[in-house]
Structures are given as C-alpha cells and as structure tokens.
Design a protein around this ligand. Structure first.
Ligand code: AMP
Length: 142
C-alpha cells in the first residue's frame, strides 16, 4: 500500500513545535495530542528536526533542568523523510533499519503528513488479511 492511500484515511495533519520552544512545551504537546513524536518546524512547513519521547527521556536522565532547554538542543536534525509514493513495505524496512518509529512525509520539501510504525503495522495487517482471504477463496474455489 502506498503512503498516499494511508494518509487519505489517517489525514495529513502534523503537530509541530518551534525550535525555540522549551522541552516542557514539547512534553505538554506530546501529552495533549497523544503522540510519540513532534516535527520541529519554524513555519509549520519546513522540517528543522524531529523530537520524540525517547529524546525527552534521554534528556531527563541528565537532569530535570532539560525541561527549560530549547527543543533545538534535544531534537534530531538529520530527519529521514519519505514521499507519498513510498510503500508501507519500504517504510517498515527503513524504520527497522534506522530504529525509529516516526517518519514525516514531504512533497516538494514541505511537510505533508506523518506516519508512525503503528500506522504502518495496522495497514500491513489489513493488507495481508485481504490477501489471505483472496488466496483462501481461490484455493477453495469460493
Ligand atoms: P522514535 O523511535 O521515533 O521515538 O525515535 C527514536 C530516535 O530517533 C529519537 O532520537 C528521534 O529523534 C529519532 N527519530 C525519530 N524519527 C526520525 C526520523 N524520521 N528521522 C530521523 N530521526 C528520527
């Protein structure tokens, strides 16, 4: 399944924070939106970085003062993105290889959605279930 198809169901809205926002603000936004990562962007379109709950936990291990730091100090700047043409199979492989669970989607360098490993696994399970039913029907002549 292509990511464009997945985004049709899920929607293209992406929660972002600004690079100068505090880590405390990141924590509040993660909790409010019930997500595991936020795209860091100054204008809501261009990607400056990504910050996930793992980055916050790592920061907290150094001390609670991290909550007052700027997001830019904790985020990952080298963000791996995909386009809507990518497939769920490809993203599953990329996320497994890089060991992260979130992938922003871009079109012409601008933010156009985000998918998590949970979205990908759900889509793959549905895909494989349909395939299994078709094969069972084919074999049993239904
Ligand atoms: P996650 O598994 O998504 O919670 O992220 C684990 C680590 O990878 C954190 O340090 C994130 O900042 C980083 N990360 C998450 N998604 C991406 C991505 N698409 N590209 C690069 N780094 C990422």
């Amino acid at each position: 399944m292509r990511i464009s198809q997945l985004l049709k169901k899920k929607g293209t809205e992406v929660t972002t924070v600004r690079p100068e926002d505090t880590v405390a603000n990141v924590v509040a936004t993660l909790a409010e939106h019930r997500v595991g990562a936020l795209v860091v962007s100054a204008d809501g379109e261009t990607i400056a970085g990504i910050i996930s709950e793992r980055d916050v936990v790592r920061g907290l291990a150094e001390g609670v003062e991290v909550m007052q730091k700027q997001t830019s100090e904790l985020m990952t700047s080298n963000v791996v993105t995909c386009t809507p043409e990518a497939t769920t199979e490809e993203l599953m492989a990329t996320m497994t290889e890089h060991r992260f669970r979130h992938m922003p989607v871009t079109v012409d360098g601008k933010l156009a959605g985000i998918v998590s490993i949970g979205d990908i696994v759900n889509a793959r399970v549905t895909e494989l279930e349909i395939e299994r039913e078709q094969l069972t029907g084919y074999i049993s002549g239904r």
